[in-house]
Design a protein around this ligand. Structure first.
Ligand SMILES: *[C@@H]1O[C@H](CO)[C@@H](O)[C@H](O)[C@H]1NC(C)=O
Ligand SMILES: *[C@@H]1O[C@H](CO)[C@@H](O)[C@H](O)[C@H]1NC(C)=O
Ligand SMILES: *[C@@H]1O[C@H](CO)[C@@H](O)[C@H](O)[C@H]1NC(C)=O
Ligand SMILES: *[C@@H]1O[C@H](CO)[C@@H](O)[C@H](O)[C@H]1NC(C)=O
Ligand SMILES: *[C@@H]1O[C@H](CO)[C@@H](O)[C@H](O)[C@H]1NC(C)=O
Length: 457
């Protein structure tokens, strides 16, 4: 009798699906959510609160320790965690709130995906209008067993109803079997250079909702990141601002990846986001802009092109970039440091001002109408010539003359002056061996930086 009883207990044990830290794939993993709820006394309820080391059923020492999105009246909210590699996910356990608001955890799907956007998705479980049970203590996780096809490297909790919070995620544990590595990973952006050069890029990853990039007005509403060398990028998460619910929201946005620092719109650019328009009405929205594939380049430009004056506003508080360096298939492009030897205007040496990596004023050089900028480079097969210029009007072109080193002929290329203000413009896809490039203006431009890309002979 006693023996039978013991066997029964053992059988029961088998059916109680336990949640333990052993095998949990997501402790302190990168996480994102559709917007950041930021109630006045509780602080931003970041997505990481669902996977960090602090496990509480709500308030702890004056802080609220669960992840919460805002309430978006038009869109399905989401919370995503990055598993970094591809797994066959077996089980997902959620720790709900311990108070009467536990009913927020309802109407959602748990999905495994290969990219953190809608698309190829494998459903682990669907929860309807009856919420997940209230947690009685910090070990009271509710677990969901996934079907065997639940393969992916991101796990998303996605609402099946609009106008509700993704909330009550006090802790999340995920278990599974490793299938293989994933190439694209969250990059540490602190090492990258930016335009403007004095931007503290680390503050775009500091879990603070301070506006780091804010541009208004009609001229150069763009920001640029220089990865330093060619890189492969497949997406970004951008957290907007407190005004994301208003007419100043993150809209008409372009995110391009290019081999050159060009900032004006041009055909042939490859975009992560091409005229992205947010439909959300919620503060601190997180925009997830991913491509199906990978884009190679050295520069990432986030810009806005909006015809309506009231939306001349580009504001970012947090930025996360996914990609990887692929050292094999990068081609032969090298930086200007190896190419530019000297730059002169009317005989005056201006090399240091125009090769200092600072693309904005005041380190600029005047190029008076009909004056020549003479750029001497190490003899090279060049493929792009770029110039950062302040152009006073939109009408007058700049002329770039490249001396063909093989036979002394001057090849003339026009740089379209169809821009006003401070922009980087390039002559691309050149294929000419040269050691001298001359630029002349017709509009009293100021030049702030010169880049020549190519392969040394
Ligand atoms: C990112 O890089 C910086 C500088 O190289 C380093 O101090 C920091 O710890 C890194 N951050 C992460 C999350 O690895
Ligand atoms: C490429 O080179 C960088 C150093 O420049 C290194 O950190 C990285 O691991 C390399 N990537 C591959 C795929 O070998
Ligand atoms: C140099 O080469 C170009 C292209 O082949 C040709 O058009 C030009 O006439 C040549 N110049 C001289 C001086 O031979
Ligand atoms: C530049 O050259 C590349 C590679 O040869 C090609 O794919 C691209 O279409 C060219 N771009 C333009 C604007 O001609
Ligand atoms: C430069 O001159 C060489 C020699 O004449 C010619 O073969 C080449 O096509 C020229 N390059 C360009 C871009 O015109």
């Amino acid at each position: 009798m006693a023996a039978i009883f013991l066997i029964l207990i053992n059988l029961l044990e088998l059916f109680v699906i336990r949640s333990t830290e052993v095998g949990n794939l997501v402790r302190n993993a990168p996480s994102f959510q559709s917007s950041i709820n930021s109630p006045p006394n509780k602080g931003p309820l970041w997505p990481y609160k669902a996977v960090d080391d602090i496990i509480a059923l709500g308030n702890l020492n004056g802080q609220f320790e669960c992840a919460y999105t805002g309430q978006d009246s038009l869109n399905y909210g989401w919370w995503i965690v990055d598993l970094k590699n591809t797994y066959d996910i077996t089980r997902i356990c959620l720790l709900n709130r311990g108070d009467s608001y536990y009913t927020d955890l309802k109407n959602f799907k748990i999905i495994a995906t290969n990219r953190p956007v809608s698309g190829d998705e494998n459903i682990c479980s669907t929860i309807g209008g009856q919420s997940v049970d209230k947690a009685l203590d910090i070990n009271d996780y509710k677990c969901f067993t996934c079907p065997s096809s639940t393969v992916g490297s991101f796990v998303e909790i996605r609402k099946t109803k609009v106008d509700e919070f993704v909330g009550s995620l006090c802790d999340v544990r995920i278990y599974g079997q490793l299938i293989g590595p994933r190439a694209s990973q969250l990059l540490n952006i602190t090492q990258f250079k930016t335009f403007p050069h004095d931007l503290d890029i680390g503050k775009l990853n500091d879990f603070n909702l301070q506006s780091i990039w804010l541009k208004t007005g009609s001229l150069y509403r763009y920001f640029r990141i220089d990865f330093g060398k060619q890189i492969k990028i497949n997406g970004v998460f951008i957290v907007g601002s407190a005004t994301d619910y208003s007419n100043r929201k993150f809209t008409n946005v372009y995110v391009s990846i290019s081999s050159v620092p060009e900032t004006i719109f041009s055909t042939g650019d490859i975009y992560l986001a091409n005229n992205y328009r947010s439909t959300a009405y919620v503060a601190y929205e997180t925009h997830r802009l991913f491509v199906n594939g990978i884009i190679t380049g050295r520069y990432l430009v986030i810009s806005q092109n909006s015809p309506a004056t009231s939306t001349y506003h580009l504001e970012i508080t947090e930025l996360s970039i996914y990609g990887y360096y692929d050292n094999i298939s990068l081609g032969g492009r090298i930086g200007k440091e190896l190419l530019v030897e000297s730059i002169k205007v009317d005989g005056n040496d201006v090399t240091s001002q125009l090769t200092n990596g600072i693309y904005e004023e005041p380190t600029s050089v005047e190029l008076k109408t009909n004056a020549y900028l003479e750029i001497t480079i190490t003899t090279a097969l060049i493929d792009s010539f770029c110039m950062n210029a302040v152009h006073p009007s939109t009408t007058k072109d700049l002329t770039v003359e490249v001396v063909n080193a093989s036979n002394g002929t001057i090849e003339i290329y026009m740089l379209n002056g169809g821009f006003k203000g401070l922009e980087c413009v390039c002559v691309k896809n050149l294929s000419i061996i040269t050691n001298l490039i001359k630029v002349s203006g017709k509009d009293d431009e100021s030049i702030t930086e010169i880049d020549v890309f190519g392969k040394c002979k």
